[in-house]
Design a protein around this ligand. Structure first.
Ligand code: 3LM
Length: 391
């Protein structure tokens, strides 16, 4: 019987007997691994022997995290990377060749946009950013060279969502690969592979780590596809995760479910309060009953998450004033940490996106993004309220 998701984040495949009964898997802080004899070394390199060789090609602590993530996302195989962007770039370069085309959700994290622009300038891989609200949005933008549908859902920072059943059905009809960046939801709230997506990517820096102390990424998919990623994009481009970072992620994952429950509960309260505040123009929160895609939230997410974006009256200056008046909430990019963080997407996380494209994606100059932390919600709200009151 498969483990319930909360249990699966805690109990992995660790072989305790091999580690003197140690409850927690050890950190294998070794760049290389010795072979008992020349023949076994050669066998391992030819793929016919068991055992590790060199930590860029695999490391036991990292493997433990990969197995825990494959189980969490209900996938066959996971690969860990040195950052979320290393995971995203490894997956995209494993799927695309020059001349290919990608359909992308109307909004993605700034550096993913940057990567796709760079692939376009240098490697003749092109992307269209489209709303994907219905089949005709997809059909009208489909090209003979389209190979991949790449989505964030919810989208950073506009929180717009994409219907898995719509895109996966379309992808099957047109032989496309669906990649989902699941960073904002985490596997606790949403498991895209269960909805027939092909590959899931994460910035593990965020909710998976959960403590703001690690930069990491992970990709999960079928055994065959992940082997392709491993053999080239991971092994030869080399953006692998270190063993200490993998150990921190294993530790972070144990509390993923309790942290996410608290992030979600706090975000719900804060969103309700922000919505009523006179200085707030609009809130973007998948759990808001007035959120355009509220039904989709309950269809494919277990809870609406811990991220809220909102626009304030008075433009960019007013938005900056709110941030500068905050006393407890930290002005910082990143998300999913214990501390509540606030940032200004137009000038920070999404600054690399030219203004016209940013506006098309719905990222306005008066938008702020809040990663609701684990503090008591009253303290989060008191800080926000006093900061908004000055406007
Ligand atoms: C941020 N995001 O604050 P790393 N996919 C998504 C992401 O949000 C991110 C990545 C991939 C933020 C980071 S901005 C300088 C700080 C949906 C990162 C990339 O490579 O682990 O940073 O993940 O929104």
């Amino acid at each position: 019987m498969p483990l319930n998701k909360e249990t699966g984040y805690i109990h992995g495949h660790e072989d305790k007997e091999r580690h003197y009964g140690s409850l927690v898997p050890p950190i294998y802080q070794s760049s290389t691994f010795t072979f008992p004899d020349a023949e076994s070394g050669a066998a391992r390199f030819s793929g016919n022997g068991n055992g590790y060789m060199y930590s860029r090609l695999g490391n036991p602590t990292v493997r433990e995290f990969e197995e825990r993530m494959a189980a969490a996302e209900r996938g066959e195989k996971a690969l860990a990377f040195a950052s979320g962007m290393a995971a995203v770039s490894a997956v995209l370069t494993s799927l695309l060749r020059s001349g290919d085309h990608v359909l992308v959700s109307k909004g993605v994290y700034g550096c993913t946009f940057g990567l796709l622009s760079w692939l376009s300038d240098r490697f003749d891989v092109h992307a269209n950013y489209i709303s994907m609200e219905n089949k005709s949005d997809l059909a009208e933008n489909l090209q003979p060279t389209t190979k991949v549908i790449y989505v964030e859902t919810p989208i950073n920072p506009t929180m717009k969502m994409t219907d898995f059943s719509l895109i996966t059905q379309f992808a099957q009809e047109h032989n496309l690969t669906v990649i989902v960046d699941n960073t904002f939801a985490s596997p606790y709230l949403q498991r895209p592979l269960e909805h027939n997506a092909d590959v899931v990517v994460h910035s593990a820096t965020k909710y998976l780590g959960g403590h703001g102390d690690v930069i990491a990424g992970v990709a999960v998919g079928s055994f065959d596809f992940m082997e392709v990623v491993r053999k080239n994009a991971q092994k030869d481009m080399g953006g692998v995760l270190g063993s200490f970072e993998a150990w921190l992620l294993l530790r972070g994952m144990k509390t993923l479910s309790v942290r996410m429950d608290r992030h979600c509960a706090n975000a719900k309260v804060i969103a309700e309060k922000l919505k009523k505040h006179l200085q707030v123009e609009t809130i973007f929160f998948p759990g808001d009953p007035d959120f355009q895609q509220c039904e989709l939230t309950s269809k494919q997410m277990d809870q609406p998450g811990g991220m809220i974006s909102f626009t304030v009256k008075g433009g960019k200056e007013a938005a900056f004033n709110v941030m500068n008046r905050l006393k407890m909430i930290a002005i910082a990019v990143s998300l999913g940490d214990a501390e509540t963080l606030i940032q200004h997407p137009a000038s920070m996380t999404h600054a690399v996106i030219p203004e016209a494209e940013r506006e098309f994606m719905g990222i306005s100059d008066n938008m702020l993004r809040l990663s609701v932390g684990l503090e008591h919600y009253e303290d989060i709200w008191n800080d926000l309220e006093q900061a908004l009151a000055g406007n």
